[in-house]
Design a protein around this ligand. Sequence first.
Ligand code: SF4
Length: 348
Amino acid sequence: MSHVSNINQLKHQIMSTLSVAEKHLDKLGYLDLEVDPTLDLFEEIEKLKKEKNAIILAHYYQEADIQDIADYIGDSLGLSQKAADTDADIIVFAGVHFMAETAKMLSPKKKVLLPDLKAGCSLADSCPPPLFRKFKEKYPEHVVVSYINCTAELKTLTDVCCTSTNAVHIINSIPEDKEIIFAPDINLGRYLQKTTGREMVLWNGSCMVHEIFSAEKITKLMMRHPEAKLIAHPECEAHILEKADFIASTTGLLNYTKKSDATEFIVATEAGIIHQMQKASPDKTFIPAPPNNTCACNECPHMRRNTLEKLYLCMKYELPEITLPDWVIKEGVASIDRMLEVSKKAGL
Ligand code: SF4
């Protein structure tokens, strides 16, 4: 067989394997293709970025390798700002589904890829739009503030979104005489009620990662490390927040560990952030706060569905892609734009 027909046969095999993988995409959430184990994936991904003018945006809760190859690492606010600003043709979102949807809403003309479509979010899932629509009908005059960790469709029922970085500013930007519904995170909602003094109607949703920290195990850790500061994300339950020395968004926690004189920290949020904390302060010690199960640290199973292999495949074949109906983009993006305006005014 000639060299040319060999190549053609190989191409044909690759195309048919790809079409089988595409057929299974909906069921699996990702392209189930073999990746040559001898490939240097860091190098290959860098090449694909250049070839396709693609940018990788990664959340702090991604595995360390993905954080290291990303062009930008941040929390929900920073990632949204970056998605709105980028001049890349392709946004590869190493995070969960609602984050990639947000990027698509902010940059509807760009191709937005997510390595695994099944990288969901228990918090977003805890607020199904049809149920929320009925709930909202009971409070027709209320302003709806939704944590950005919600589906694109929920954003169409929202007046203004917030993240944990800007939530206090967003609540304070709403006139005093207006009543507020806050969705979907009840723990963040309670924390905001306490911080801002505003009574709000709260939707009863929560994050599976932040609601399972063990107060008992954390207390024991604090006794063993009496100099350590307990730092916590406001998605944690109230009894954990009450113990914390410092409460903030993931970026806020990271900045705190850089500036603080303390050398030991017990970190009550998803353990992925510790990679950046350790990089920024190699001489300090970071201890993940333990959950109330047999694991030593708390990782988000949704965030961890993304792997370097899936990231490489999704960039190579530009699949899976995030698509949204036009009406969802049109009606939902206003709530994100309002959030970005308030954040800008507040210098965030
Ligand atoms: S950590 Fe919680 S809020 Fe964040 S993606 Fe995972 S389940 Fe959702």
